[in-house]
Design a protein around this ligand. Structure first.
Ligand SMILES: C[S@@+](CC[C@H](N)C(=O)[O-])C[C@H]1O[C@@H](n2cnc3c(N)ncnc32)[C@H](O)[C@@H]1O
Length: 279
């Protein structure tokens, strides 16, 4: 039976509440790398109003807020997880950024005035929402006519070559579900979703943002601080330990001189709200 949307949201929010404290670990530096890249695509300008949907611990907000700050621009971040928002608040205070506002909010029901923002981002999160089309409609409503939207998603081969062996181990224990992001990795599907929501001037670029991890345990840190954890936790605790030991031993044999390669195949989409649009 398919999980209801409210249950799915609750499960995802609880997951991120649990992983928030360790989320900014160096093993998953692809999050800040991809956030910086997404800011390049979005091009927030001085004085603008910027929104980051599902801002997590604030990787995109920090650089976005810095870009809009001259001329009195402000950045807002929303997220469903209170713990992620707490971490974002800490990170933003460390950067002494005074022009950021954080709100607990559902991406599918953005509670801002229509046409309020000049630019909106959503980094590596759209696939987590039960109804990405509802989230895009909500984004379109609060974006001003002519305003810009940019989002990133994992591509079809994200986390190669480490992911497939993990999925094979999980299958042996009867877990056959795909990682959540795999429902939205097709560039053509992303384009269609944006078009259907009413955006124009759509672009979809695919980039590989990868790096070496020093040891298999560093990849396990990624597994346990992302939505992959939802798959592993379908096993009993003893089985989780067995799977981890067998899988990491296998990866030990795959270590190269520089460590383990983590490929992060990423899609970057940009779009605009039509100038004549009313919301
Ligand atoms: C993989 S993290 C990405 C966070 C951040 N954008 C980044 O790039 O590091 C996904 C985030 O989406 C948030 N999230 C999931 N579903 C959400 C929803 N329906 N509304 C708002 N935030 C949501 C999670 O709480 C989590 O912080």
């Amino acid at each position: 039976m398919q999980e209801s949307a409210p249950l799915r949201k609750q499960r995802v929010a609880t997951l991120f509440d649990r992983v928030a404290d360790g989320y900014d670990n160096p093993s998953q530096r692809f999050f800040p790398f991809c956030a910086d890249r997404l800011v390049d695509y979005l091009r927030p300008a001085p004085g603008e109003r910027l929104l980051d949907v599902a801002c997590g611990t604030g990787a995109l907000l920090s650089s976005g807020a810095q870009r809009v700050r001259p001329g009195g621009g402000r950045a807002a971040g929303i997220d469903l997880s209170e713990r992620m928002l707490d971490r974002a608040n800490n990170n933003i205070r460390k950067m002494a950024l005074e022009n950021v506002d954080l709100f607990p909010m559902d991406a599918e029901q953005l509670e801002f005035k229509p046409n309020h923002f000049d630019a909106i981002a959503c980094a590596l999160s759209l696939y987590l929402f039960p109804a990405p089309d509802a989230a895009l409609a909500s984004v379109l409503r609060v974006l001003r006519p002519g305003g810009r939207f940019a989002c990133s998603l994992f591509g079809p081969t994200a986390f190669a070559p480490l992911l497939d062996p993990l999925l094979a181990h999980l299958q042996r224990y009867g877990v056959t579900e795909a990682p959540l992001w795999r429902n939205l990795t097709d560039p053509a599907r992303c384009r269609t979703l944006l078009e259907a929501a009413g955006f124009e001037a759509i672009t979809v670029e695919q980039e590989s943002i990868g790096y070496h991890l020093p040891r298999p345990e560093a990849w396990w840190e990624v597994v346990t601080h992302t939505s992959l954890r939802l798959l592993v936790e379908q096993l009993a605790p003893a089985e989780q330990g067995q799977l981890r030991d067998a899988y990491l031993a296998e990866l030990e044999g795959a270590m190269g001189e520089d460590g383990l390669w983590l490929g992060v195949d990423t899609l970057f989409c940009t779009a605009r709200k039509p100038s004549g649009a009313t919301s």
